[in-house]
Design a protein around this ligand. Structure first.
Ligand SMILES: Cc1cc2nc3c(=O)[nH]c(=O)nc-3n(C[C@H](O)[C@H](O)[C@H](O)COP(=O)(O)OP(=O)(O)OC[C@H]3O[C@@H](n4cnc5c(N)ncnc54)[C@H](O)[C@@H]3O)c2cc1C
Length: 383
């Protein structure tokens, strides 16, 4: 129960794109005597996950501190790991032993690399999904470059394409290849895919399509057809998974462990819990689950913040309505592909490429990191 005379306590767990957006927008939507927002994150920095392939390729990234990003907002920042949530007592338990009381919880713990889908990933690959593994690959890179090592990037989706291109452009001494379980860039238009194939050839990246990996060992990739692709290093980009906390605390989750929410991002199990970003499952246009992306997670944060603010002030919340506009991928620092898509993410046969696309991608990535506090602009949810 809320104590008499106290403002409403919202605890946001996870300060990635979605959690930071929710916390900052909520803090701006309501007065400080109406809401107290606490933001909990395991790290003191804001990790731009969408740049981890750049980090893996040896670029130096500057991480903004969360303290700077919430400065002046009234948000209380707690840097600690969440270990548990007691929904009955409405408390978030932290690694340091403290507990934070909440009236409303926003669950935004994001996702990480899936190291269980194929045996040997955890032991013999660098999963490109979190800062630590990306940094570990960057540490191993100088020796790989010195010896002209063979690097296998696994995953033919956007992350794999971006990672292979980034590596090959920055380190032509490496023998870089891209191993795709199905085809290259399955979500792209035919002409867009042709462009990516040409870019890979230009960068010296060998593309293996329909090469399904059955196991990773110290020797390399063992494909399900029995062949072996030897490797000095494996960068794994195929698949993300979510923490099991949501399931452990009894929230309804889908088969992938993502929290089932209504059209205001509120858990269907618990009206005092909202979920945003990779941690939540939301049906998109055409009924297809929104893919894990900062492009989908940030608008979820908008919806959640607005819904919480509306309910606390006796208004009816607006429903989440999302449509896709484009898929934008970098192909190194000087090339890219900006693929227009329909509302349901299926590709149109319209795109642009080259430096203009690379520039557009860079602008979008910067915008995603720096603008979560804005109340207007593209983050106004399209109706
Ligand atoms: C290499 C790469 C490239 C990508 N490129 C794109 C792209 O171009 N466009 C796009 O839209 N998406 C892209 N993505 C996907 C995108 O990064 C994710 O979908 C997005 O980061 C999800 O945002 P989020 O806020 O839900 O979670 P996250 O960004 O994962 O943030 C979750 C936060 O929770 C914290 N946390 C987790 N567990 C705990 C705990 N127990 N206690 C405390 N804190 C915790 C984490 O430290 C983190 O700060 C890319 C991903 C990768 C890896």
């Amino acid at each position: 129960m809320k104590e008499e005379g106290m403002n409403h306590r919202v605890v946001v767990i996870g300060a990635g794109y979605a959690g930071l957006m929710t916390a900052k927008r909520l803090a701006r939507r309501l007065r400080r005597d109406q809401v107290h927002v606490t933001l909990v994150n395991g790290r003191a920095e804001f990790v731009e996950r969408v740049r981890l392939h750049q980090l893996a390729a040896g670029q130096r990234l500057r991480h903004a501190t969360l303290a700077d990003l919430v400065d002046g907002t009234g948000i209380e920042l707690v840097v600690d790991r969440v270990t548990d949530v007691d929904r009955a007592a409405k408390r978030v338990h932290l690694d340091a032993g403290d507990a934070l009381r909440y009236d409303t919880l926003v669950y935004a713990l994001g996702s990480g690399p899936d190291t269980t889908s194929v045996p040997g990933i955890a032991e013999h690959a660098y999963p490109l999904g979190d800062l630590d593994h990306a940094a570990a690959f960057a540490t191993a890179l100088p020796e790989l470059v010195r010896t002209g090592g063979r690097v296998r990037v696994v995953g033919g989706g956007l992350t794999g394409i971006e990672a292979a291109a980034e590596l090959a452009e920055a380190h032509p001494e490496l023998r870089t290849s891209l191993v795709c379980g199905t085809g290259l860039g399955p979500g792209l238009s035919d002409r867009g895919r042709d462009y990516v194939h040409e870019a890979m050839t230009r960068l010296g990246v060998t593309v293996h399509e329909h090469a399904k990996v059955g196991e990773v060992t110290a020797a390399g990739l063992h494909l399900v057809d029995g062949s072996v692709l030897p490797a000095n290093a494996v960068l794994w980009t195929a698949g993300f998974t979510v923490p099991d906390l949501a399931c452990r605390i009894g929230l309804a989750v889908n088969a992938g462990g993502r929290i089932v929410v209504d059209d205001t991002q509120r858990s269907v199990t618990d009206p005092d819990v909202y979920a945003v970003g990779d941690a939540a499952t939301v049906p998109g246009p055409g009924g297809r689950e929104l893919r894990m992306a900062c492009a989908t997670g940030t608008p979820m944060g908008v919806t959640a913040a607005d819904a919480i603010a509306a309910r606390l002030t006796g208004r009816t919340p607006r429903r989440h309505a999302f449509r896709y506009y484009a898929q934008n991928l970098s192909l190194g620092r000087r090339d890219g592909l900006f693929q227009w898509v329909r509302a349901d993410d299926t590709p149109r046969d319209r795109f642009f490429t080259g430096r203009r696309a690379a520039w557009a991608k860079e602008r979008i990535v910067r915008f995603a990191a720096l603008r979560p506090q804005r109340l207007t602009g593209p983050y106004r949810i399209p109706r």
